[in-house]
Every structure is written in structure tokens, then in C-alpha cells.
Design a binder for this molecule. Structure first.
Ligand SMILES: [Ca+2]
Ligand SMILES: [Ca+2]
Ligand SMILES: [Ca+2]
Ligand SMILES: [Ca+2]
Length: 382
């Protein structure tokens, strides 16, 4: 976590305010899970912290001075369990009071001690998933599970992020608080021995892409956030991977609103393919970080990908445009009117969401058609 200084004179007042904020945040968290319409279940995430060894240099929540591994005070499960953070709180500076719910966006990551567990140097975190994750060929881009941290994009341009209109603030290229933690997976665990398979050359936990807590949806903003909210709808779906083509370079120069539209319902995070380590299933995930690394990877959650949760997206080959190549994929998925739901790999081809791939879906594809390498926002189908 990048250090941020609390101004000394307001610290005591802030601490009192934050104690109240913690309870407010608890209520908000309960609220967020109630409004979540994604259909995800507890078993889609990590359900048990099997082992946590705190390394050195674990950073603190700068609002209250509590380390990123202490959740006992708020009586919640360890942060890496359940879905990633939907709304964090104001930072008492740019984004509002610590009692204010602030949606996580790519320039404003989770920042509270009860939202993250940090590994430290020489530390490790072993999580048990709610069910085995499999190397399912239907999973988008081959990605089988997703690790969420607190990496975020530096702000480009001159307009800071004040939790206001996301069309006004721009993302820069540089990613901050990238703290690449080494990830391993195992089929077996206690009382049996682990059988670790390590992603030696990445991807890494707490790396690109930044998290997104809520879907950008100005037509249906969530009123529970307050009257200020004109943009942020229901929570994102952490089971939907981000397109690998959506790199930091492609996001750079776009507004927070445009970035969120490119995410769609995905919550971002770092995607992992079990095939890369030669496994067809796994039940345990380990994140570790060596002494001398100078970093402390921060972990918010681990989610199992659900191919059936993929959303309508006319960019069918995942290269961010809609052109002749996407048309070819569409033709291969065509089922005709009311023939029945398309197979999982063809799910995102059902652009109008009526459980078939027919002429009306083709009409939407045509509406979104640009040219090769011309960036298309998936919400062109709306
Ligand atoms: Ca895979
Ligand atoms: Ca970090
Ligand atoms: Ca395409
Ligand atoms: Ca359809």
C-alpha cells in the first residue's frame, strides 16, 4: 500500500469519527450483499484462511493506524473471504468523510484494514476455496480464478478523484500499489500434504488490473449510496474475468466512466489459468512474498470463474473491437429463434439475453460494428 500521511492535527478527531464509520460501513456491507444481483454464492470464493503468517512491513490503514490484517475489532471474517470490496470509505481528504461509502473504482482501491490482508516480507497466506476450481474449457480467456488486491491507476490529467462525476477524471498509465505476490495452487491440503504448483513467472497477486466495485449504470444508480450517486449501479460480478486485451496502456487516457464501461460487469483483478501449471483442478491458493522484496502484497478476495456468468459482449474474440472476426464467431454460435440457450462458450453471443442466438442478436452486433482495432464499448448493445 502506498503510504499516505494523516495530518496530525486532525488525527484524534478522525479516530473517533472512524469508530462510528466502522459501524456505518458494516451496515453498508450488509446492504451491498443484499442488493447484489449477480447470483454468486459463498462457495464461489475462499471460505477458510488455512494459514496466515504475517511477514514484516505489513502496512496500516492510515485513517486509524490499524494493520491490514486486523479484522477482529469489527467482528468480520478475514478479508480474503467472501467477494471483493464493493464500497470502501472516504479517505477523509479527497473522497469524503470516513463515514461515507465510496465505490471502489480503478483510481480508488479498497483502503481499510478490514478490507485487505497484507502478506508482508517473508509472509504467506493460504486460502481454501469453497469448492474446487477447475480448468474448464468454457471459461472466458482460459481464466479459472481471479485474485483481487488493491492495485490502482494513477490519475492522468489534472482533475483529482473526489467520488464525483466519473466522466471528469482520467486514468494515467502507471499502476500504483502493484505488489506482485507469488501464487501457488494445490489440489490437496490438511490433513493431507499440499501439492503446490507455482505460477513462477506470473501472473502475480496484487497486480494489474485494478478492482471495480460497481457497474457503471447511470440509468439505474443505487439509491442506497445517497443522492450524490448518479452513476454507480449494482455490484460487479467477481466471477467474470476482465479481457486480457484490456491492458494498462489501453485504459490510459480514458475516463473512470469509460474504464468502467470497458469492464462491464467484471470486477477486474488478476486472472489465473490452471492449465499454465498443469493442473485440472485446485482447492487451495497460496500467496507468498520473499524477504527483501520491499513489498507487501495486499489481498482482498479470490473468486472462482463462472463461465455462465459472462455477459453480453459483441466483441466476441476479445480484442476490444467489433469487426469481421467477431462476425465469424457469431455465425459459429447461431442457434436460431427459441432453439434453446446457447452453450457456455456462446453465452456472450446472446446479445439481447433471451436465451437464443438469432436475428435480433445479429441486429445488435451490426449496431456495434466498427472496424478492425476500433475500440468498442460493450454497452453498445443497450
Ligand atoms: Ca483454464
Ligand atoms: Ca498493494
Ligand atoms: Ca473483436
Ligand atoms: Ca438472443
Amino acid at each position: 500500500m502506498t503510504g499516505r500521511q494523516v495530518h496530525g492535527r486532525g488525527r484524534r478527531r478522525l479516530r473517533r469519527a472512524v469508530r462510528t464509520a466502522v459501524f456505518a460501513a458494516l451496515l453498508l456491507v450488509a446492504d451491498a450483499s443484499r442488493v447484489a444481483g449477480a447470483g454468486d454464492r459463498a462457495e464461489d470464493y475462499a471460505v477458510e484462511v488455512v494459514e496466515y503468517v504475517e511477514g514484516t512491513g505489513v502496512p496500516k490503514d492510515w485513517l486509524v493506524g490499524i494493520k491490514f490484517n486486523n479484522q477482529v475489532e469489527v467482528g468480520r471474517p478475514l478479508p480474503p473471504l467472501e467477494r471483493p470490496t464493493v464500497d470502501t470509505t472516504g479517505d477523509g481528504f479527497n473522497t469524503g468523510a470516513p463515514s461515507q461509502a465510496v465505490p471502489v473504482v480503478p483510481v480508488n482501491p479498497p483502503l481499510r484494514y478490514y478490507e485487505l490482508v497484507s502478506v508482508g516480507e517473508g509472509g504467506r497466506l493460504i486460502l481454501k476455496l469453497g469448492r474446487p476450481v477447475t480448468d474448464n474449457p468454457a471459461n472466458p480467456y482460459g481464466i479459472d480464478f481471479i485474485v483481487f488486491g488493491n492495485t490502482f491507476a494513477v490519475i492522468g490529467g489534472t482533475t483529482p478523484w473526489r467520488n464525483g462525476d466519473p466522466n471528469l477524471t482520467t486514468l494515467g498509465t502507471v499502476m500504483l500499489s502493484r505488489e506482485p505476490g507469488k501464487v501457488s495452487v494445490s489440489r490437496t491440503g490438511p490433513p493431507e500434504a499440499y501439492d503446490w504448483h507455482t505460477f513462477e513467472n506470473g501472473p502475480y497477486a496484487d497486480d494489474f488490473a485494478p478492482s471495480l466495485g460497481r457497474v457503471y449504470d447511470p440509468a439505474a444508480p443505487d439509491p442506497s449510496l445517497g443522492v450524490w450517486n448518479l452513476w454507480w449501479g449494482q455490484p460487479t460480478d467477481p466471477r467474470v474475468p476482465l479481457k486480457p486485451a484490456l491492458t494498462a496502456t489501453r485504459l490510459s487516457g480514458r475516463t473512470v466512466a469509460q474504464a468502467a464501461r470497458l469492464y462491464g460487469v467484471s470486477a477486474g483483478g488478476v486472472g489465473f489459468d490452471l492449465a499454465a501449471v498443469g493442473l485440472d483442478s485446485a482447492l487451495y491458493v497460496k500467496i507468498e512474498n520473499p524477504v527483501g522484496s520491499g513489498i507487501s502484497p495486499d489481498i482482498d478476495a479470490v473468486a472462482i470463474v463462472d463461465a455462465a456468468a459472462a455477459q453480453a459482449d459483441p466483441d466476441l474474440d476479445g480484442d476490444l473491437d467489433v469487426d469481421g472476426d467477431d462476425l465469424a464467431v457469431f455465425r459459429a454460435c447461431m442457434t436460431g429463434a427459441a432453439v434453446g440457450p446457447p452453450s457456455a462458450p456462446c453465452r456472450q453471443v446472446d446479445l439481447d439475453g433471451d436465451s437464443d442466438v438469432d436475428q435480433s442478436d445479429f441486429g445488435l452486433l451490426q449496431r456495434c460494428m466498427g472496424g478492425p482495432d476500433e475500440l468498442v464499448f460493450p454497452d453498445c448493445v443497450r
